[in-house]
Design a protein around this ligand. Structure first.
Ligand code: FES
Ligand code: FES
Length: 349
């Protein structure tokens, strides 16, 4: 492990690390191999029932988790069991102290680093930072800070993946690491034991909908499985296809990457909420008129993204529209007609 004097900060290339302890084989950050990863310093970690909840988060997000604790270094890959990669030893303690120093985390403190799939630090918390003093609080603060932001035009799918990553781990690690519970201070602050249902009120298409859900439920599953709003499609369930696009306060988001609890307090619009009685939204009418679909599976997501695109009003040319719609995949290849429909509807919205 090379020495490093600059403290790790958001936006930096993530530090590479390799921990050996007394083991022959090192555990290293390169094992993430292009996936998002989380390095969590959780001193009092002990694996428990919560590991299943953490596994669910890892699977959903394709992330790998490294837990550095007094009980050794654990790794958790999406499709594998939680594994004690390096047993505790004096040598390991030295290595952990050095890694903690590089991350600004003291030898008795908890801290967390969230790294995206491009290897960039997207969230860093050390007790000395101005946030709070525990890992649970840090994740809570990160989730609120990130998810509480209005969706900006141009926000990327990677942003959403990282937001969900932070919020998702926030939910499960609250319990898993024995972090301190806090009173809910904002709609996105949830302290709940995984597997316990909680009550949320979602404002969907102008109506408040009250439901009881597992706190890990995505907005997509809440819509489809709990509210029977199946117009929002599930394609990849990983933020890759855009089939699940809905509007959150007027901006397009992937419902599969949004926790339902994080959508409390926001105005959610789905495809079912676009028409006014028998009168279709101009984009719905234009998609029909321009034959902008074949199988139709991607269509609701395409239309919701297009509604946000026209509302934001930045993309004007065909190339700009193509670029902004690039997160919505159409396996039938109806792209030329989709562009034509969007351009035709532009005058009417
Ligand atoms: Fe959400 Fe594919 S289902 S992006
Ligand atoms: Fe079939 Fe787009 S119309 S996937």
């Amino acid at each position: 492990m090379s020495s490093m004097t600059t403290p790790i900060a958001v936006g930096m290339v993530a530090p590479s690390f390799a921990l050996h302890g007394d083991a022959r084989r090192a555990l290293s950050s390169s094992e993430a191999r292009g996936r998002p990863w989380v390095l969590a310093f959780v001193r009092r970690w002990s694996p428990g029932a919560d590991t299943e909840a953490i596994r669910a988060e890892l699977r959903g997000l394709g992330a790998i988790l490294f837990i550095v604790s007094d009980a050794g270094v654990w790794s958790f890959r999406p499709d594998d069991d939680l594994e004690l990669s390096i047993a505790p030893s004096r040598q390991l303690r030295r290595e952990i102290a050095a890694l903690g120093a590089r991350c600004g985390v003291g030898t008795r403190d908890d801290g967390v680093l969230v790294v995206d799939d491009a290897g960039i630090v997207r969230f860093a918390h050390a007790p000395s930072s101005e946030l709070t003093s525990s890992l649970a609080d840090a994740l809570d603060a990160a989730g609120r800070e990130l998810l509480g932001l209005p969706t900006r035009p141009g926000i990327t799918r990677r942003d959403w993946a990282v937001m969900s990553l932070v919020a998702g781990f926030g939910l499960v690690l609250f319990h898993g690491c024995g972090g301190r519970g806090t009173e809910p201070a904002a709609p996105t602050t949830v302290v709940a034991k995984p597997g316990t249902e909680i009550e949320v009120v979602l404002r969907i298409n102008g109506q408040d909908r009250r439901l009881k859900i597992d706190p890990r439920t995505s907005l997509l599953d809440a819509l489809r499985e709990h509210l029977a709003l199946t117009g929002t499609r599930k394609g990849c369930d990983h933020g890759q296809c855009g089939a699940c696009t809905v509007l959150r306060d007027g901006h397009a988001v992937n419902a599969c990457l949004t926790l339902a609890v994080a959508a409390e307090g926001a105005e959610i619009t789905t495809i079912e909420g676009l028409a006014r009685g028998d009168r279709l939204h101009p984009l719905q009418a234009a998609f029909i008129e321009h034959d902008a679909f074949q199988c139709g599976y991607c269509t609701s997501g395409q239309i919701m993204s297009a509604v946000a695109l026209l509302r934001e009003g930045r993309s004007k040319t065909d190339d700009e529209v193509r670029q902004q719609m690039s997160g919505n995949i159409c396996r039938c290849g109806a792209y030329p007609n989709i562009i034509a429909a969007i351009q035709a509807a532009r005058k009417e919205v």
